[in-house]
Write a protein that binds this ligand. Structure first.
Ligand code: AMP
Ligand code: MG
Length: 332
C-alpha cells in the first residue's frame, strides 16, 4: 500500500514521543517549564518529543523536510542549557544513539516553511500544552503533506481512553489515517488496529459538540449561540488539543467548533493537519467557519481560512449555516 513505510515509521516515532511525554507529565516540575514570548508554556516534553520525531523521520526519509512548532532559539540561553540537559536525559533513555550536542540541530530540522510544492511533514510535538500542564488531554500530532494536501496523519493521545467517560480504563491511544484508506485506532502499547467511523447522527439536537477548554482559543460565547440555533441539548465536551478531532472521528461527538477569538489569528498547519485527515477518513467533514476546505499549501499557517468546523459529514451544511449566521450577526 502507498505510504505503508511512512505510516510505520510515523507511528513508531509518535509512540516513542508519547512515551517521553507521559514520563515528563508524571514528573512535572516548574524548572521544566520555560516561558515563550507568547506566554504559552513550553516544556522539556515539547522539545523532547520534537527531537525524537525529527530524528526518526530523518533516519528513514533523509530528504524529507519538517514544519514543526518548536525551534531551538529559546534553548540558547543559560537556563536553556539546563533545559537541554533535561531533554537529553529523557531522549537518551528512549534513543541512546543521540548525543546532547545534536539536540538543537535535530530540533531545528523542523524549520521548513511549508508551501504548495513537494512533500513535507508537519509536527506539533505537544498539541495542547495547557492540557498537558494541567495533567489532562494533549496530543502528539504528525502529518505528511504532499503538494499542499494532507495524505497521512497520526495523533498520539497518551491520556485518552477508549471509552471517553471511563477514565479509569487503559489510557493511551494512537489514531491514524492514510488518504483514501480510512482511519484507525490502536493502543500505544499494541500494534493491532481497529477501524473507526464518525457517528451517524442526523439531527443536531442529538449531537454532542466539542470545543477547546481554553476560551482564548475558541469563543465559548459564540458556540453557545450556535448550539442554541441548532437545538443541541448536550453540554459541550471541552477537551484540549487535537484529541477533539479524535473524539469526532470515533463518534463520541459529532461537531467540533473552533471559533475565532481574534481577527488577526491564523491557525497553524500543525494544529489541524493530522486531526483533519483522521476525521475525513473516518467519514466526516472538516472546513473553516465559511465552509471552505482547509488550505495547507500556504506555508506554516492556514492563512486562507478562518476558524474550523468539523462534523460527522451529515450535519456539516447545517452547522456551517448556523456558524455563518452567528459570526455575521457580530459584524453588523
Ligand atoms: P486547544 O487545545 O484547542 O486549546 O488548542 C491549542 C492550540 O491553540 C495551540 O497549539 C495553539 O497553537 C493554538 N492557539 C493559540 N492561540 C490561539 C488563538 N488565539 N486562537 C486559536 N488557536 C490558538
Ligand atoms: Mg498545538
Amino acid at each position: 500500500m502507498k505510504y505503508d513505510l511512512e505510516l510505520q515509521v510515523a507511528i513508531e516515532a509518535v509512540k516513542k514521543a508519547s512515551t517521553l511525554c507521559s514520563k515528563v507529565q508524571s514528573s512535572l516540575v516548574s524548572e521544566e517549564t520555560i516561558t515563550k514570548k507568547d506566554k504559552s508554556p513550553v516544556t522539556v516534553a515539547d522539545f523532547g518529543a520534537q527531537t525524537i520525531i525529527c530524528h526518526e523521520l530523518s533516519k528513514a526519509f533523509p530528504d524529507d523536510k519538517v514544519v514543526a512548532e518548536e525551534n531551538s532559539q529559546e534553548l540558547q540561553t543559560e537556563h536553556g542549557a539546563l533545559v537541554t540537559q533535561k531533554i537529553y536525559e529523557y531522549v537518551s533513555d528512549i534513543l541512546p544513539e543521540i548525543n546532547q550536542e545534536e539536540i538543537h540541530s535535530i530540533i531545528d530540522k523542523g524549520n521548513h516553511d511549508g508551501g504548495p510544492l513537494g512533500r513535507f511533514w508537519t509536527l506539533d510535538p505537544i498539541d495542547g500544552t495547557k492540557g498537558f500542564l494541567r495533567g489532562e488531554q494533549y496530543a502528539v500530532a504528525l502529518a505528511l503533506i504532499e503538494e499542499g494536501k494532507v495524505v497521512l496523519g497520526i495523533l498520539g493521545c497518551p491520556n485518552l481512553t477508549k471509552d471517553l467517560n471511563n477514565t479509569d480504563s487503559t489510557k493511551g491511544l494512537i489514531f491514524s489515517a492514510i488518504t483514501g484508506e480510512g482511519a484507525s485506532v490502536q493502543y500505544i502499547e499494541e500494534d493491532s488496529q481497529d477501524r473507526i467511523e464518525v457517528s451517524d447522527i442526523e439531527h443536531p439536537s442529538d449531537a454532542p459538540f466539542c470545543e477547546s477548554v481554553e476560551s482564548a482559543h475558541s469563543s465559548h460565547g459564540d458556540s453557545e449561540k450556535i448550539a442554541d440555533i441548532l437545538g443541541v441539548k448536550a453540554e459541550p465536551i471541552r477537551i484540549d488539543s487535537q484529541c477533539k478531532y479524535a473524539v469526532i472521528a470515533r463518534g463520541d461527538a459529532s461537531i467540533y467548533l473552533r471559533l475565532p477569538t481574534r481577527k488577526d489569528y491564523q491557525e497553524k498547519i500543525w494544529d489541524h493537519a493530522a486531526g483533519s485527515i483522521i476525521v475525513k477518513e473516518a467519514g466526516g467533514k472538516v472546513t473553516d467557519t465559511a465552509g471552505k476546505n482547509l488550505d495547507f499549501s500556504q506555508g506554516r499557517t492556514l492563512s486562507n481560512n478562518t476558524g474550523v468546523v468539523g462534523t460527522n459529514g451529515e450535519l456539516h451544511d447545517l452547522v456551517v449555516s448556523a456558524v455563518i449566521e452567528v459570526l455575521n450577526s457580530k459584524r453588523r
